[in-house]
Design a protein around this ligand. Structure first.
Ligand code: FAD
Ligand code: DLZ
Ligand code: SF4
Length: 511
């Protein structure tokens, strides 16, 4: 008997490339159609790094072919299709006209602006529209809102402990394994000079990916960032290989050198897994379980495994929870009144500050910088120099392969810029040049001197740090976690503060 039931259209976005995606749950392979859309607007709403666009489009094309091989019908619209309207909205409407589905089934997106589009589609006449929960996280939005709603102050550490109890990971008899929740005091070592740093795994682009590279080079020719060499995993197999490579070669020392930086060494002992996690090629559960298994088998120590699991079970989930619990108002606060435009060196112009040159270089070459580079060099500079949050956020969202607003925004707006007034983190991560000198070799190649505090040869982070505290005394001096630096500031000799203000003004005016 011929079945005339109209199909359901199941939308899969570029960061939803998981076979377990809720939008695919219960699919009827005989009738349903999976819709995947390459659209120009998604590459341009911020001017994404070319490697990020290549990674997403190549991973989408590979994922479509996996789905087809499993019997799904996939309607895949390519970027250079002459009828492509260039936006999700235009393409969803065109697909509805093409297929006349009874139902449009979607999974919650990773960005507020896309959710708004989906809410408009929900009121389209003549079709049932289902927006399903994104179940690929370890903590649901509902659970997070329940947790957050019960508290006047949110702190990652409290959330993390709750998540450890819920998952039972690194717990014994209700207590944390080893007696501590957090082993960060073992995780701040400087990198020994002669340490062997494992090379990052390389994934040579196949024919499909090379086609996408040519397409992206032609379609987005003037976006900041190098398109080659391209190393990112674009299939689940490659992503699993990346995970295995990390667990074997880098996890054992991940904790020890988590805060370290070295010129020319762009990933050190970090996992490089965030792009694959964020587009859905890996799940946070399997990544954590692989690390836990390495610890159980004695292949990685507790300080490394706890530190790594905390980044995913703790930070990644906490950040997502805050985003969805606090949007859209979260994005609009600017409690420190920061308004300076982004200096040209963020887009590759020269700067004599060697630490920034190095961190922007790896960003340009790899669409990647590790956490400490993002937080304590680029972010620290943006905070101390009072750069405008919207400009800084658009930059971070554009330049990193792993950047989607749910994860980029709270990290930038809250953790780095303190523009949320301390909702996410109890104090600003401000630091002087001494910190960068201790944790890297950047200062050795710099025109400035991290040991000089004032004057034209002083490291700009040194005077900008005190100038920042001075400018924000009203808001920050009462914070108990800032008591020590404000005590030091109050002991400065009478001529020191005017000198710091002068140096800072001279430097900031020169940007
Ligand atoms: P590893 O150091 O190996 O860490 C393991 C995993 O933990 C990461 O893959 C990531 O999934 C998770 N993780 C670690 N720290 C965080 C964090 N603070 N928030 C969320 N997840 C975390 N991460 C993104 O995935 N996308 C972003 O757009 C992003 N923007 C950031 C912007 C700023 C200003 C800062 C300070 C951090 C940002 N991060 C972002 C967090 C972090 O820097 C990256 O997750 C990490 O550098 C990715 O590299 P990795 O996979 O080698 O990480
Ligand atoms: C980032 C991105 C880019 C550059 N291009 C596409 C695309 O062509 N099609 C697509 O489905 N997704 C793309 N993405 C990812 C989306 O921007 C992302 O899915 C939304 O921001 C929701 O998180
Ligand atoms: Fe950066 Fe200052 Fe060191 Fe130069 S001296 S690399 S500006 S921290």
């Amino acid at each position: 008997m011929i079945n005339t039931r109209p199909p359901a259209l199941r939308l899969v976005l570029g960061d939803q490339l998981s076979e377990s995606l809720s939008a695919l749950d219960g699919a009827d392979l005989r009738h349903d159609i999976v819709l995947m859309l390459e659209v120009r607007a998604e590459g341009e709403y911020v001017r994404h790094h070319p490697q990020k666009i290549v990674m997403i489009l190549a991973a989408m094309r590979h994922f479509a072919s996996v789905l087809r091989s499993k019997g799904y019908t996939v309607d895949y619209v390519k970027l250079d299709d002459p009828d492509n309207t260039g936006s999700f909205d235009g393409e969803v409407r065109r697909a509805l006209a093409r297929h006349h589905p009874a139902e449009l089934i979607m999974t919650e997106p990773g960005e507020w602006r896309v959710l708004q589009m989906m809410e408009v589609w929900q009121s389209l006449p003549g079709i049932t529209v289902s927006l399903r929960e994104d179940t690929r996280f370890l903590c649901s939005r509902t659970w997070f809102s329940h947790w957050a709603g019960k508290r006047t102050q949110w702190r990652m550490e409290h959330f993390y402990r709750e998540m450890r109890r819920r998952t039972g990971w690194l717990m014994e008899h209700g207590n944390p394994v080893g007696g501590e929740w957090n082993y960060d005091n073992e995780n701040r070592k400087a990198l020994p000079r002669d340490i062997r740093i494992p090379p990052r795994p390389q994934f040579l682009p196949d024919a499909l990916t090379r086609d996408v590279m040519a397409l992206v080079a032609g379609a987005f020719p003037d976006h900041f960032g190098d398109i080659e060499p391209f190393h990112w995993p674009v299939t689940r197999e490659d992503a699993l290989h990346c995970l295995e490579d990390f667990i074997t070669h880098r996890l054992p020392l991940f904790g020890d050198y988590q805060d370290a930086m070295r010129s020319g060494e762009d990933s050190l002992f970090h996992s490089l897994l965030s792009p694959a996690l964020n587009i859905g090629l890996l799940s946070p559960r399997e990544v954590c379980e692989a690390a836990l298994e390495a610890w159980r088998c004695g292949r990685a120590p507790l300080n490394a495994v706890e530190g790594f699991v905390r980044q995913i079970l703790g930070w990644r989930e906490y950040i997502r929870g805050i985003y969805w619990h606090s949007m859209p108002d979260y994005a609009d606060t600017n409690v420190l009144g920061a308004e300076r435009p982004l200096p040209a060196f963020f887009w590759g112009a020269d700067t004599p500050m060697n630490c920034l040159t190095e961190c922007i270089r790896t960003t340009r070459q790899n669409a990647y910088a590790h956490h400490i580079q993002r937080l304590m060099v680029i972010g620290n500079f943006a905070l101390l120099a009072g750069l405008a949050p919207k400009e800084v956020e658009a930059w971070y969202l554009a330049v990193y392969a792993d950047a989607f607003e749910w994860v980029e925004l709270p990290n930038t707006h809250g953790m780095v810029l303190h523009a949320d007034g301390g909702k996410l983190a109890s104090k600003p991560y401000a630091a002087s040049g001494a910190w960068i000198k201790r944790m890297s070799d950047y200062c050795q190649g710099c025109r400035y001197n991290p040991d000089i505090k004032e004057g034209p040869d002083a490291c700009p982070f040194n005077y900008l740090y005190w100038d920042f505290l001075d400018r924000h005394t009203d808001r920050l001096a009462g914070n108990p976690r800032m008591a020590m630096p404000y005590r030091n500031l109050s002991r400065f000799s009478p001529d020191r503060l005017p000198q710091i203000r002068n140096d800072s003004k001279r430097f900031l005016d020169s940007l």
